[in-house]
Write a protein that binds this ligand. Structure first.
Ligand SMILES: Nc1ncnc2c1ncn2[C@@H]1O[C@H](COP(=O)(O)OP(=O)(O)O)[C@@H](O)[C@H]1O
Ligand SMILES: Cc1cn([C@H]2C[C@H](O)[C@@H](COP(=O)(O)OP(=O)(O)O)O2)c(=O)[nH]c1=O
Length: 211
């Protein structure tokens, strides 16, 4: 049996990741594929506990390196328990955020750079990389306005707009460096237009998978 494909959804806050997650899952299921839906940080009970540590507001400032290592601690657990077994049995994995988020948030926005992240990625993931990254690209001012009525902000969401500008440019730099696996979606248009862009990108990946 061939292994499944690994698809991630990326972008800043309020760009429409949750709104489009269901669309992608249904699109793939309609092709008869088994789809495992998951997210990072999180995806297993232990990794969800690490997520709580990461997102809970606290008076003690979390060091960027501690933040980075917790992201990879959660990821290591998630990979072993969920992602790798699913791919090995031929399921497709759809994950809200993955290591490209680490490059954008910790590498660029927090200013840690890429060297240590490259080392961690290699140690924790080996050769595993997403087959397709759906990057929802949007001015963070629009994303924040969209996300406004979502309730209280978490520890990372409370960063300032310059932080989220850096997140956006970090993602776009990742996409420019890895054009073969990134689908950049203009998330500023209405939901239907966003989904048309995603469907056409998925069709190409499905074409490759069945070829
Ligand atoms: N293309 C779009 N145009 C306008 N509003 C949108 C669009 N996509 C999502 N939204 C709305 O924006 C808000 C944030 O979307 P959401 O999917 O929760 O984003 P994320 O998961 O990336 O934070 C929600 O209220 C959602 O209904
Ligand atoms: C996976 C990952 C997420 N994050 C951040 C991005 C988000 O602010 C937060 C939680 O992700 P998520 O719940 O997907 O955010 P959203 O509010 O957009 O729905 O974790 C990192 O900083 N690095 C990472 O490697």
């Amino acid at each position: 049996m061939s292994t499944g494909k690994f698809i991630t959804i990326e972008g800043g806050e309020g760009v429409g990741k949750s709104s489009n997650h269901r669309f992608i899952a249904e699109f793939l299921s309609a092709q008869g594929l088994e789809v495992i839906e998951t997210r990072e940080p999180g995806g297993t009970p232990l990794a969800e506990e690490i997520r709580e540590l990461l997102l809970t507001k606290r008076s003690e400032v979390m060091s960027p390196t501690a933040e980075l290592l917790l992201m990879f601690a959660a990821r290591a657990q998630h990979l072993e328990q969920v992602i790798k077994p699913a791919l090995q049995r031929g399921a497709w994995v759809l994950c809200d955020r993955f290591t490209d988020a680490t490059y954008a948030y910790q590498g660029v926005a927090r200013g840690l750079g890429t060297d240590f992240i490259i080392e961690l990625e290699q140690s924790v993931q080996g050769s595993l990389r997403p087959d397709l990254v759906v990057l929802l690209d949007l001015d963070p001012r629009i994303g924040m306005a969209r996300a406004q009525n979502r309730g209280e902000t978490d520890r990372i969401e409370q960063e300032n707009i310059e932080f989220f500008d850096r997140v956006r440019s970090g993602y776009l730099a990742r996409a420019a460096a890895n054009p073969e696996r990134f689908l950049i979606v203009d998330a500023s248009v209405e939901l239907e237009g966003v989904q048309e862009q995603i469907a056409s990108g998925l069709t190409k990946v499905l074409g490759c998978a069945s070829a």
